[in-house]
Design a protein around this ligand. Structure first.
Ligand code: ADP
Ligand code: MG
Ligand code: MG
Length: 251
């Protein structure tokens, strides 16, 4: 479903190559993890897939269900079923969380040629999902992310993911560090949304997150390439021996 072939990416502003031939296929129902040392290009991969400015694809392809992702605007990618978790970490004063989510859901439905959700239907769905995620009604009414704690933001991001029902979810858990509670929230959220029709790409520097999520496939990225692919045991190897051992072996 997500198919990346020989992807080469450099910075637009300077002649710096970051991705140097990434190959990756995520099948429906599977959770793939990408691990790798700092600076190996993990976040760049997620940015390029989401359509962020500043990166130039010089070679290769990325498709979702056969559709050329790289030719689409970011909102078209979302309509095609791609969700980059944590893509809305911004605070939006004056816009209630519920209103924001309803707008996002209906924009996506429109782009998919589906009818808008009525407000009654939307309320019913969001209340169910919020309950599952232990989000209280009060948080749904507050302005988007304004004054939310780190944990509330994470919860809200998982709620966005649950409401948008994406086909392919990409989570870039940056190295800034998730505390244990946030890690639990993210992994519970992912596990609850695991579905045979949905794929996940979980990017993380640390192995700990993968104790809770249990990926089907683990890739190690180094210097802009995927240099090793294996099962969940690869993540444990990283935990025990660090990247140097594994990379020494892979190069
Ligand atoms: P990771 O997420 O694996 O830590 P990144 O994708 O953030 O790696 O970064 C890969 C490399 O590209 C690093 O050397 C980083 O400094 C560089 N890089 C990424 N984006 C930019 C940018 N906008 N400007 C300058 N350097 C960048
Ligand atoms: Mg980094
Ligand atoms: Mg990163």
């Amino acid at each position: 479903m997500l198919e990346i072939k020989n992807l080469h990416v450099q910075l637009e502003e300077e002649d710096k190559k970051i991705l140097k031939g990434v190959d990756l296929t995520v099948e429906p129902g599977k959770v793939h993890a990408i691990m790798g040392p700092n600076g190996s290009g993990k976040s760049t991969l997620s940015y390029v897939l989401s359509g962020r400015d500043g990166y130039e694809v010089t070679e290769g392809t990325a498709t979702l269900d056969g559709q050329d992702l790289l030719a689409m605007e970011p909102e078209e990618r979302a309509a095609a079923g791609l969700f980059l978790a944590f893509q809305y970490p911004v605070e939006i004063p004056g816009v209630g969380n519920m209103t924001f989510l309803r707008t996002a859901v209906n924009a996506q439905r429109k782009a998919r040629g589906q009818e808008e959700m009525s407000s009654t239907e939307f309320l019913k769905v969001i209340r169910e999902k919020a309950k599952e995620l232990q989000i209280d009604a009060e948080m749904l009414k507050r302005p988007v992310n304004v004054g939310f704690s780190g944990g509330e933001k994470k919860r809200n991001e998982i709620l966005q993911m649950a409401m948008l029902e994406p086909r392919m979810c990409i989570l870039d858990e940056t190295d800034s560090g998730l505390d244990v509670d946030a890690m639990k929230l993210v992994s519970d959220g992912v596990n609850a949304l695991r579905d045979e029709g949905r794929g996940f790409l979980v990017i993380t520097h640390y192995q700990r997150l993968l104790n809770h999520i249990r990926p089907d496939v683990v890739h190690i990225m180094s210097n802009g390439r995927i240099v090793k692919t294996g099962g969940p045991e690869l993540a444990l190897e990283v935990e025990e021996n660090g990247y140097a051992d594994i990379l020494g072996e892979a190069v």
